[in-house]
Design a protein around this ligand. Structure first.
Ligand code: MG
Length: 295
């Protein structure tokens, strides 16, 4: 398992040194900062898994730092544990209300601090997993439809701003129902997994592939015209055709039909998606295992 990174922000040199040395011994990667402002900078630079944050500091207080962390979408899900000399209920409540996960009173008992760090990191790991599985299709391990559509929207917005063209490719495995009917659903799942794997491996870095639906996949090709997408899609088509599946002591392969369209001349994202979708249906209707562009 990768080492977890802990950022300690504390103006008290001794307290900082004890926490750093003792936590480092437990295998954590430790970053430190001695005031709020540099703590925020370190948090942005090193994206820690947990922040230990002193409340009383000159300049920005721990509470102010925490507010800024929680307001920043890139940093808001990093758990914060407050460290404070004051064993003050009101202050604890304020810290927790600001979104901290825990509160340790200084001078801290090192074993208590370590236990609270472990607990916070355990929760963080679970949250990260949930987040990851919320975005990834559990069978094919590529982006699910929701994430694909979000990325498509982002690309659409970006292309409007930068006045560039991007393409959307849709593909559907031909006669997939026959695979399930002939070899059973576990084999069908195997086909989906391998096709997704091959697509994911074949796309250029920066492009995005996701599972659009049952046996349908979508690919976002940044900075590409429909002609370029056509060439790429034909390569993906060929890669899929080459995969050999084994079932019931027979080898078989599958083919897939592709539709490509680009963003130029489209008034909306919906228009782009339906252009790619119609092109894919044209590929189906005119013989399958081919790539089609809009008319
Ligand atoms: Mg202090």
């Amino acid at each position: 398992m990768k080492s977890m990174k802990v950022l300690i922000v504390d103006d008290d040199v001794d307290s900082l040194a004890i926490a750093r040395i003792r936590l480092k011994k437990d295998g954590y990667i430790i970053e430190t900062a001695s005031d709020g402002e540099s703590g925020l900078t370190k948090a942005r630079e090193s994206s820690p898994d947990l922040i230990l944050l002193d409340v009383q500091m000159p300049g920005k207080t721990g509470f102010e730092v925490c507010e800024e962390l929680k307001a920043d979408p890139d940093l808001s899900n990093i758990p914060v544990i407050f460290l404070s000399a004051a064993d003050n209920v009101r202050e604890k409540v304020k810290g927790l209300d600001l979104g901290a996960v825990d509160y340790v009173t200084k001078p801290f008992d090192i074993f208590e601090l370590k236990a609270r760090v472990r607990a916070a990191l355990r929760t963080k790991r679970l949250q990260d997993l949930l987040l990851m599985y919320g975005e990834v299709d559990s069978l094919t391990e590529i982006y699910n439809r929701r994430v694909l559509m979000e990325r498509l929207q982002q690309e659409w917005d970006r292309s409007l701003r930068s006045k560039t063209v991007f393409s959307f490719i849709m593909t559907d495995i031909d006669k997939f129902k026959n695979v399930n009917d002939t070899y059973g659903h576990p084999v069908g799942d195997d086909v989906l997994e391998k096709v997704a794997y091959i697509l994911n491996k074949s796309i250029r870095s920066g492009d995005v592939v996701g599972r659009y639906g049952g046996e349908e996949f979508g690919i976002i090709m940044v900075n590409s015209t429909v002609e370029e997408a056509f060439v790429a899609a034909d390569r993906y088509r060929h890669e899929i055709e080459k995969i050999v599946f084994k079932a019931k002591k027979v080898n078989f392969s599958v083919t897939s039909s592709f539709g490509v369209a680009d963003s130029s001349g489209k008034d909306s994202l919906d228009q782009l998606v339906s252009a790619a979708d119609s092109a894919m249906y044209k590929a189906k209707e005119t013989g399958r295992n081919k790539v089609c562009k809009p008319d």
